[in-house]
Design a protein. Structure first.
Length: 235
């Protein structure tokens, strides 16, 4: 892939929202919020649900193949995007063609574990609505400017402007697909950033509380085998 993505079959004025779906009620709520977002003049939007995905990476690759959009927003079915101007905000950030990915929360430098929330400097903000009548404002440090470079961002919301494939050859489940994509961005010399959300947050995440899946450690091992030598953890 060249530094600038080929635009031969890409609609430069289209944004696609891609979601792996296994809960129709949850996705319906997610879609309700997406359809109330402000759409800048000249921009078209499409919504791509991927059902029956074998893994997050495989599902996201299927979703990417189903659109010719230049800008793709990959988000979980349990994420409600409440920033009405998110499309304009993303397009503004992506004017810098060195930026490949925008997340809403992540870490400046990955630790040796490869787990972004173990990092010494975490940035971003997400509201978590895990239980009825309970909302937690997961707020990390805020960038001094409009955004800050991070080494990894969480996969609940990831906007991408280049057609880099998700590593379904490595990650056949539901973990570390997001951190892997951030590392792939770096391999292609693109930056990952998290925006300033000091005035207002972008997303509400509504996950069901559950213990860490046993497959998590397996995928963590695969991640470290593939990218471990590229990590430069802060001490």
């Amino acid at each position: 892939m060249t530094k600038k993505q080929s635009t031969a079959f890409v609609d430069e004025n289209k944004v696609a929202f891609i979601t792996c779906v296994n809960d129709e009620d949850m996705y319906r709520e997610c879609l309700l919020y997406l359809k109330t977002l402000s759409v800048p003049a000249g921009i078209t939007v499409e919504y791509i649900p991927v059902r029956g995905a074998q893994s997050m990476c495989a599902g996201y690759n299927d979703g990417a193949r189903a659109t010719d959009a230049r800008y793709m927003v990959y988000l979980h079915q349990d994420v409600l995007v409440v920033n009405k101007n998110v499309i304009a905000d993303l397009l503004s950030i992506f004017r810098d063609e060195t930026i490949g990915l925008v997340g809403v929360i992540g870490c400046r430098s990955l630790p040796q574990s490869g787990v972004w929330w173990d990092g010494l400097r975490t940035y971003g903000r997400v509201l978590h609505h895990c239980e009825t009548e309970s909302v937690i404002d997961s707020r990390c440090m805020e960038p001094d400017g409009p955004y800050i470079d991070v080494e990894a961002a969480d996969g609940l919301f990831m906007a991408i402007q280049y057609g880099i494939r998700w590593r379904e050859d490595l990650f056949t489940g539901w973990h570390f697909y997001d951190t892997s994509m951030c590392m792939e961005m770096r391999r292609h010399e693109f930056r990952c950033v998290v925006p300033n959300q000091e005035e207002d947050f972008w997303c509400i995440h509504c996950p069901q509380e559950k213990p860490l899946a046993p497959e998590y450690k397996h995928d963590q091992k695969i991640f470290l085998q593939e990218y471990g030598k590229e990590l430069q953890p802060e001490i």
